[in-house]
Design a protein around this ligand. Sequence first.
Ligand code: GCO
Length: 442
Amino acid sequence: MKEIKLSNHLLLGSATAATQIEGGDKYSNWYEWSLKGKIDRGESSIVAADHYNRYVEDIDLMKSMNHEIYRMSIEWSRIEPKEGQWSQEGIDHYVSEIKMLLNNGIKPLVTLHHFSHPQWFEAMGQWKNKKSVFYFIRFADKVVDELGRYVNEYCTINEPNVFVNDSFMDGKYPPGDKDNTIGYFKASKHMIQAHIKAYDLIHSKRKAMGYDDTKVGIALHIAYMEAKKNTFINRLGRNLYDYSFHTMFLNGMVEGRLTFPLGLFNSSNKTYCDFMGINYYSRHLVHQNLNPASLFGEVRVEENLHDSEVNDLGWEIYPEGLYHILKDNYEKYGLPIYITENGIPDTLDKKRAKFIYDHLSVIQNLIDDGIDVQRYYHWSLMDNLEWNDGYGPRFGLVEINYETLERKVRDSGHFYAEICKSKYISKHLIHQYLGGETSGNI
Ligand code: GCO
């Protein structure tokens, strides 16, 4: 395994989302979902990692782990628990948290919608309802009023593609619809429209406040997709799936165009992202499926993989995929790239350090090849609620003891902290944390 000198321009840190770590909020749709018993083992979002009460300790941890950047989300239901009613307590909380990050030299990237929203928004049909755009923009407007002077970087909506799939096709997220193709496309359209409006709104509001350093983008889940078998029909399935899962969203959120079947939207040649946020986890092998309700594709993982090639959730570990998708998307859009999520559920912490090494190695190769990768946010700072999978999967650099809520930096977390500090993966670090074993794929 070779030493790696990372570019000094690549900023390093980690990512979280409010519902997954904060606890305490009774107004979000995920609390309601917990009460309905929809989370594995009957678990609930109500305590999570208690980050809402422990953010001071958690920022100290980030600081001790040499973070330069941190991606976090604002829980909409804490800001607007009832429709049209703002909570000063919620607002003050985020102002204090963000000020503390800044005082510690950690730059925040704030996500406005990360899978969760208030119960009243859920009750009106959430993103399927056309009015969702208005309500989201009103919320975004309030957030920028309150946080705009501290935060210059925003992700409007996290993974709209995974969100609509899990909410309207797989039924794993509220409202739990299955094979609701119309819901899938309606919600997709409204999320894209909301992003486009939020992009303009955030820029114009901060400009009026006297700032010209605003950056607005998305965090899109991009999987590396291949046809399961190299046949015409499988390639077709792969391409249709790629279109409805990736391209349709990129056309909308990057280029401002609503493309088939969402409609035709005549926009200027403007770009609606200042950076391209990519969440990368795995490779998807797509198998043709004739069911239009599943968008003609069915995702599989590679069969006969060894234990070292899958994570605790059975997803294939495939760092090369990151190379291909970043290169392709950079060639297509030319936007600076933020890796807004990349990580591994690994309870025993046996694979995470190697996972980090392999993905950072790919990123440095991309930078050497002229791809403008500027940020790496590891998912995740700490163990958290993996949505309907509950607290089972352990994604944290920091381990949470859910009995005592005690935090403990894992070995891989110490490894990452060293990398954040020196931007250098030396022989010594490799020996200490990776035992000098050789990497299979890189
Ligand atoms: C996501 C999700 C995260 C998940 C992570 C691991 O953006 O998919 O944003 O909330 O926890 O991806 O599955």
